[in-house]
Design a protein around this ligand. Sequence first.
Ligand SMILES: [Zn+2]
Length: 380
Amino acid sequence: MQLNNDEIRRYSRHLILPEVGLAGQKKIKAASVLCIGAGGLGSPIAMYLAAAGIGKIGIVDFDTVDYSNLQRQILHTDADVGHSKAESAKETIRGINPNVEVVIHNTRISSENALDLIRPYDIVVDGTDNFPTRYLTNDACVLLKKPNVYGSIFRFEGQASVFAPHLGGPCYRCLYPEPPPPGMVPSCAEGGVLGVLPGIIGCIQATEILKLAIGKGTSLVGRLVLFNALDLKFRELKLRKDPACPICGEHPTIKELIDYEVFCGIEPVKEEKNAGEVTVQEMKKALDDPKLGIKVIDVREPFEYEIAKIEGVPLLPLSQLQQRFTELDPNMQYYLLCKVGARSQSAAEFLREQGFKYVKNVKGGTNAWADEIDRSLPRY
Ligand SMILES: [Zn+2]
């Protein structure tokens, strides 16, 4: 591994750091990193790793760029909206440093392809936003003995660690043996996230990757860093390897990748569930024709109602439903609405448990309404 004169110039501020030096920069160039997700965390990670001279960066993302991504996903620009995130990431990385080999995997990582995707890389970085992919990434990394540089963000808080049982540390399952019940932990799309937060957590992840590559410093193996942006506070927890961990413990029971959707309690969409759903077109019919006797209720929070409200649809936030459901008539027909259809689904299930007979969830929520019925309604 050699550096040419252009590279020596480019990386000069690294080369004059005794901890990095020419030897360290060559190690950085020799390293390959697979970045799972080219979103909020993936953006600063990929951009800083590219600038720092990581030789090969793989990007796994099947998604396309949406306007709501631009508040934090700085890999992508306004002109990329509607285009592939992986392609857009490649373009940005090549613009930062043409010496980097960028390999894009425009696919959803799954139990079928995860081992093949990860195997050729030295280090894996978790920039995912959902539990099935996070457990999948963890298990695949443990099985292949690859360091898994973990980060996660929500609202104003984030956390980061390095999971590497083969280096003596714990894995993600040692920390979180069970996934939260489905619907319990809202996603960033439902709960929001401060735009700069992935910048901070992603930069911590990128720092750990560079340290792993050069083999210097004290890594986050065995430590979890917690960050709160509102109070600007960092905390640190010591993590121990769980001897009973089903994948990295003394008697592992997981020896190959499993079905992570099932593990996380996410059931495949069933016919029966569809029966409890209506489209935004059906919701419009209900609003246009009061004789149908169907009432539409918005279960979002008041601040969301302020951003985008639909005329004639009253608010009863999901957070107040347990106390206030008695205001509703269990024999009436209700269509429940939220932003994308997940919270209204939980609200419908709750009301059915309380004996409501005719409750349906509006599929796609206000965003579907904005796409299909009224383009003047803000999509957020
Ligand atoms: Zn473990």
